[in-house]
Design a protein around this ligand. Structure first.
Ligand SMILES: [Zn+2]
Ligand SMILES: [Zn+2]
Length: 131
């Protein structure tokens, strides 16, 4: 049976479904993630072909030469990150509805973390694609 995960933005204008495997949660402390989230990002990842986004208020901000960030233009919820040409989409874990069944097991860009918090107690490493 294929795993089904649902999520939404704060105002509910955007909903999404993932029919397939989700990667464990990775925390990212990079400056862009801290700016866009107000803290640091905790994100899972899925195959883009498994992700179905519904809602006219989805907007994509080109945050670098290589990637863009999806958010709700009504309520401002940060939902997605994807690299141009990549087959995977990162999903901000806080937007998932209900229990995720996932755990945070790694963090990246710790050198860019803010000075007001301690790093979570998970290994520092690189992102890995969904297997
Ligand atoms: Zn919204
Ligand atoms: Zn980041």
């Amino acid at each position: 049976m294929t795993k089904l995960t649902k999520g939404s933005c704060l105002c509910g204008s955007i909903t999404y479904e993932v029919r397939g495997k989700l990667r464990s949660i990775c925390a990212c402390h990079c400056t862009q993630c801290r700016k866009t989230s107000g803290h640091y990002v905790a994100a899972t990842k899925c195959r883009s072909e498994d992700l179905n986004i519904v809602g006219a208020t989805i907007a994509w901000y080109r945050s670098s030469d290589t990637a863009e960030r999806g958010f709700c233009s009504t309520c401002g919820s940060n939902l997605f990150w994807r690299e141009f040409g990549a087959t995977f989409t990162s999903i901000f874990a806080g937007s998932i509805d209900g229990p995720t069944g996932l755990n945070m097991d790694r963090q990246i860009h710790t050198d860019a973390k803010g000075d007001y918090y301690d790093l979570p107690d998970v290994p520092i490493g690189e992102q890995e694609p969904v297997r």
